[in-house]
Design a protein around this ligand. Sequence first.
Ligand SMILES: C[S@@+](CC[C@H](N)C(=O)[O-])C[C@H]1O[C@@H](n2cnc3c(N)ncnc32)[C@H](O)[C@@H]1O
Length: 218
Amino acid sequence: MKRTGSWISLPSQAGKRGGRRVSYWLVLALVPAAVLFVASLVYLCSTASVYRVTQGALFVTTARVRVNAFLDAVPMRKGQLLVDLGCGDGRVLKWAYERYGVRGIGYELNPLAYMAARLRCRRVREIEIKRENFLDADLSEADVVFCYLFPDVMNRLVRRIPVAVKPGATVVSANFPLPGCPASRILRPESLLHGEPIYIYQAGPEAPAPFSSPVHPL
Ligand SMILES: C[S@@+](CC[C@H](N)C(=O)[O-])C[C@H]1O[C@@H](n2cnc3c(N)ncnc32)[C@H](O)[C@@H]1O
């Protein structure tokens, strides 16, 4: 009887094991899908919550190779101030601090990007992340202003930047130019995926500091 019992029970145990294996794979497939879904939802909600102000300038980060190209081309001294207009996850400020020991201020409205930037820069006292609109920012102390924004935002920024920065300041714009302002230099990083131009502007030596001609070519 015992034997018969085990003969009868064998297939059902195998069935249970098979069932367990199926649910194991199902969980393995579903967990990443669920994580991806929640992450996309959080991204969408955080983007939608500030879209009225940020418009096309969504939370997208600048690749390391591009940040390095900017840092190579614009050497800074320890203690100088770098401002990132729409600092995303704070990478530009953090990497600039690591390379040159500069102070940093990042403006960021998107709550997800703001939290990522706070987290990334949490151990660096020299970097401050502000959850504020950069159009209201005081740029008069900035030695270098960096931005990676989109054309609709650049159109608004161009009215403000030339009168807001101090004489001699450097303004760097990734991907999109400041409309109507002649750049002192245009970088084209050697990268198949990340080779879009980076525009460098130098403010004139007198206030207000218009970007007339390449006053101080870098
Ligand atoms: C393309 S991302 C660039 C992020 C970062 N600078 C980088 O290069 O990795 C532009 C960021 O600007 C932020 N932004 C757009 N308009 C803004 C505004 N008026 N005030 C503050 N942040 C803004 C967006 O939320 C977005 O995270």
